[in-house]
Design a protein around this ligand. Sequence first.
Ligand code: URA
Length: 284
Amino acid sequence: MIPEHAPTVHELLAFYLEAGVDCALSDAPVDRLSEEAVVEERPAASAVRPALRTSATAAVPPAAPVRYTAASPHADAAPAPDVAISSARDAARTAATLEDLRALLDAFDGCALKFTATKLVFADGKPEARIMFVGEAPGRDEDIEGLPFVGRSGKLLDLMIGAIGLKRSDVYIANVIPWRPPGNRTPTPQETQICLPFIQRQIELVDPDILVTMGNPSTQTLLKTREGIMRTRGKWIGYDTGRRQIRAMPTFHPAYLLRSPSYKRLAWQDFRAIRTALAVPASA
Ligand code: URA
C-alpha cells in the first residue's frame, strides 16, 4: 500500500522501534548497494593499542595484506580475525590480575563489537568466589550499566543463586563476550574466538572450584563440545583452568528459562547438584 504522505521522523522512529532496531551503528546511513564488496587491500593493524603493548603483544608477527570488506562500518578499525585471535591470546596471557585483564580488554581493538557497544561488561561479584557463572554476551541493560546479568534474565539468575543459599556478591559472573552485539544478534564464530582467550584467562585468574556455563554458546565454547544443552546440562564436565582441573556444570541460560518456564524444574536439579558440590570443602 502506498502511504498517503511521506512518513514523519516520528513515524519512522516508531516503525524502527517496532521492528526491533534499538541502536544506531553510525551517525550517517551507508548505502551498501553502491559499495564494492571489497573496499581495499592493506596490511592488518595490530589489535592492541600501542600504549598497552607488552613484550608479548609486541611479538605479534606482521600479517600479510588482508582483504577488508564493507560488511562492517568499523571494518577499518578492527584487524583481520586471525591477527585479532593471536593478539588476544598474547594479550590475555600477560594479565597477572583481573584488573590487568580488564585494562587489557579496554585497550583491545581487535573485536568490532567494542565499537558498537556502550560499555565493556567485564564482570560482577566476588573475584575470590568458589563458583563462577558464565553467560553468552551482554544485552541492552548490561550494555548501559556495564555489568553482566542485570536485566530480566539477571533477575532470574539472582533468584536461582538465592535458591542455593547464595547472593550475587558471593559468586563471580561474566560472559564469553564482554561487549553487547548490536541489536542482541548472535556473536559470530570469529567474535567468539577473538574473545575466548580473555574469558579463559578470567576463569584461570578467578580459579573457582565450580564453573557454571549457562546456555549453549557458553557451554559449547568453554567446554569444547558440539552437544546441545539438552544433552550436556546437569552433567559434570572437567574444565582445565590452565592451573588445575575444576568441575564445570552446564545448565540452561536464564533467558531460555524465561521463554520456556517448564525447564525450570530441570534447572533446579542442576542447581541442587551445584549446592551439594559446594558443600564439600575446597580441599576435599
Ligand atoms: N545474557 C547473557 O548471556 N549475559 C548477560 O550479561 C545478560 C544476558
